[in-house]
Design a protein around this ligand. Structure first.
Ligand code: HEC
Length: 397
């Protein structure tokens, strides 16, 4: 009897580990496809200009990348939405064949990469804050400078890592991916085979910093205008080139200096970002990862402002407290995806309300109010004086 229980336990454990292996294998396939798509988005403009081939070898490479990305996606488990994804990938291949405009190809390739990420719950952002560029600067000099140059200048043969336009086409995650030996084949094992994930993120930041070296930081009001871009996952997954001009140059700078802008980040925006990472993890079946991100969101995003929220809006505060509890319970008890996602979205809305509640009333509104009041007073005074004069004139007549 005891033996059969042990057997059953062993069987369950091996099924679980097989399943985990399969998930990891799928993550690699999806990341590889995303890497190829990013090379198409970035490099196609160097191969084709206004419908003309300017680099035959590179053009062929882009077509091979598109075909390989489609093969990889076909190896991923089938699910609703995959055939639509395959269709748009076939559309990309057709666009390449007819030498479509570079900007359109870039958009297509990036859009496909984003859809792939959403469909297969790709983790494209770290949960912990990004390391500073200086952390990996020595590593860059040791491992990378021999080919890419001390400042990323490329020395002719390689792309210039300081080229802001080219770099704007990569998200930080795309850069991170070029250093993953399971994903990218440009670099040999000797270059990146032993790097851990934290080192790769640090190198991605180091590389991102080259394009904005010696540039002044963007003004602080941009951080208020685009809070999601100074938070994760926004900072890691957004390609600056797809943004309006002011946000584009701001993001280029911010992602090269994550340690300098941490103080600009609203803790509740951090909580919202981590919740969205928790959602991706939960959807992908990684419940432990989801729980970790949920706790980080609570500790690093909500906790620092918990008291202020309580003081400014008690009702909202008790709703928030209850919602954190519910979500925690649901994740711990492996509740169905739909319940957890609904709870995460609910919590996100409450956090958004808390953020609006805590924001100070902009000075502009107050002065408008005063101006309006003073104007009304002056008007009333003027009218009464005029009326008084008229009345006196009449009475004298
Ligand atoms: C042995 C030479 C060599 C070394 C060392 C090397 N790289 Fe590269 N790297 C390349 C080549 C070749 C490419 C592909 C260039 C292309 O696509 O035309 C590349 C591409 C890249 C790209 C994509 C750039 C783009 O614009 O397409 C990044 C980012 C990058 N490397 C970062 C690094 C980092 C970080 C290191 C150090 C850990 C490193 N590389 C080490 C040769 C090297």
């Amino acid at each position: 009897m005891r033996n059969s229980w042990t057997l059953l336990l062993l069987l369950a454990l091996s099924v679980q580990s097989l399943w985990a292996q399969q998930v990891a294998e799928n993550d690699k396939l999806a990341a590889r496809a995303s890497n190829l798509l990013s090379y198409i988005a970035v490099g196609y403009g160097d191969a084709i200009d206004k419908g003309q081939i300017i680099d035959t070898g590179l053009y062929q490479l882009q077509q091979d990348h598109a075909a390989e990305a489609l093969d990889l996606v076909r190896k991923l488990p089938d699910k609703p939405g995959r055939s639509a994804l395959e269709n748009s990938m076939a559309g990309l291949q057709a666009a390449l064949s007819r030498r479509e405009d570079a900007e359109k190809v870039r958009r297509r390739a990036n859009e496909i990469a984003d859809r792939l990420a959403a469909l297969y719950q790709m983790q494209r952002s770290p949960a912990h804050s990004l390391p500073s560029a200086s952390l990996a600067a020595p590593l860059f000099q040791q491992r990378c400078a021999s080919c890419h140059g001390r400042w990323g200048q490329g020395d002719g043969a390689l792309p210039d890592l300081r080229d802001a336009r080219r770099m704007a086409s990569f998200s930080l995650y795309d850069l991170y991916n070029t250093l993953d030996p399971n994903v990218d084949s440009v670099h040999s094992e000797r270059v990146d085979g032993d790097l851990n994930s934290r080192q790769r993120w640090a190198l991605a930041v180091t590389v991102a910093a080259f394009a904005v070296k010696n540039q002044l930081p963007p003004s602080a009001d941009l951080a208020e205008r685009y809070p999601a871009l100074i938070s994760l996952p926004g900072m890691a997954v957004t390609r600056p080139i797809e943004l309006p001009t002011d946000a584009r140059s701001a993001l280029l700078w911010w992602r090269g200096h994550p340690h300098l802008i941490r103080s600009l980040e609203h803790p509740l925006t951090r909580a919202e970002g981590l919740l969205s990472l928790a959602e991706t993890a939960y959807r992908g079946g990684d419940n432990a990862g989801a729980y970790h991100k949920l706790m980080l969101a609570y500790r690093e995003g909500y906790k620092p402002l918990q008291q202020s929220i309580e003081m400014s809006d008690r009702v909202l505060y008790s709703k928030l407290q209850a919602q954190w509890q519910t979500l925690r319970r649901e994740v711990l008890s492996n509740a169905p995806n739909t319940d957890v996602i609904a709870s995460i979205q609910n919590l996100g809305t409450l956090l958004g309300r808390a953020r609006a509640r805590l924001e100070p009333m902009p000075g502009g509104h107050i002065s408008y109010l005063w101006a309006a009041l003073l104007f009304a007073l002056a008007l009333a005074l003027g009218v009464s004086l005029w009326w008084g004069l008229r009345w006196r004139k009449r009475s004298r007549l």
